[in-house]
Design a binder for this molecule. Structure first.
Ligand SMILES: NC(=O)c1ccc[n+]([C@@H]2O[C@H](COP(=O)([O-])OP(=O)(O)OC[C@H]3O[C@@H](n4cnc5c(N)ncnc54)[C@H](O)[C@@H]3O)[C@@H](O)[C@H]2O)c1
Length: 260
């Protein structure tokens, strides 16, 4: 259940959230705003980014959010998005690398994935995480504080078939999380990955059939479907001051589907 309570836990903090125009990122934007953070939505789809910004503003007030249209795989666009966030809010404390090519993917044997599609998934899901983290790192270093939260996926642990590019990209995110944690820890910056299970949002997708939906429930210890709020709770923890000694981790939030 979404906690609608407003707090000042993250008052004075700024959270940059990629891909927050819908789905899980939308819930992150609203949840971090409710927890007192200022929000920069970095989203390829300009309309959806603006629409979520309007939702945040309606709930948390004018001046709490900006929506920036940017492709996370485009270095110049990422740099411009960071500059725009700094101009608006003066700092970046939390970066959530959530944008990915995901809900639009079609399931198919890996031999049938067009190479162009493979490259595009890598560009967004891997290059995007690197570029946004690279652009935020100097800002966080300057504050000697930062939280980078990378959204990977439980499919890495399961080896889920029929979207090999996606699985490969999310495995890369786990590796990058560990290596970035080592490189940034001395500057007070933590880097962690969340590995969601099958999470149902307002967006329809073809990657889970009704039969698979039932199967997923059978695999979970906790017998209800995962929601984006489950992930929000974990992200709020990782972003908190109390999590300053937790870094390099890959945390599965999947109702107990996988154990690492
Ligand atoms: N929903 C799930 O079951 C699930 C499970 C495991 C992991 N995940 C991961 O969680 C994250 C969010 O998932 P979701 O279900 O909300 O996905 P989604 O496909 O509904 O939303 C992705 C968002 O990213 C944006 N985006 C895509 N390419 C972009 C780019 N190049 N630059 C900027 N923005 C871009 C899209 O416009 C969209 O708003 C993704 O990283 C996904 O891989 C989701």
């Amino acid at each position: 259940m979404t906690d609608m309570t407003k707090t000042d836990t993250f008052a004075g903090r700024v959270a940059l959230i990629t891909g927050a125009g819908q789905g899980i990122g939308r819930v992150f934007a609203k949840g971090f705003a409710r927890a007192g953070a200022k929000i920069a939505i970095v989203e390829l789809n300009e309309d959806s980014g603006r629409s979520v910004a309007a939702e945040v503003e309606a709930e948390c007030g004018a001046g709490t959010v900006i929506a920036i249209r940017a492709d996370v795989a485009d270095p110049a666009a990422v740099d411009a998005a960071i500059a725009e966030t700094l101009e608006a809010f003066g700092r970046i404390d939390i970066a959530i690398n959530n944008a990915a090519i995901f809900s639009t993917l079609k399931m198919r044997p890996f031999e049938e994935i067009p190479f162009d599609e493979w490259r595009q998934v890598m560009r967004v899901n891997v290059d995007g995480v690197m570029l946004v983290s690279k652009a935020c790192a100097p800002v966080m270093r300057g504050n000697r504080h930062g939280r980078i939260i990378n959204i990977s996926s439980g499919v890495v642990t399961m080896g889920r078939p029929h979207y090999l590019h996606y699985v490969a990209s999310k495995a890369a995110v786990v590796g990058m999380t560990r290596a970035m944690a080592r490189e940034l820890g001395a500057d007070g910056i933590t880097v962690n990955a969340l590995l969601p299970g099958a999470t149902f949002t307002e967006i329809e997708r073809e990657t889970v059939t009704p039969a698979q939906k039932t199967q997923i429930l059978n695999m979970q210890c906790i017998k209800r479907h995962e929601t984006a709020d489950d992930l929000l709770a974990a992200a709020l923890y990782l972003a908190s001051d109390g999590a300053e000694f937790v870094t390099g981790q890959s945390i599965a939030v999947d109702g107990g589907t996988t154990f690492r």
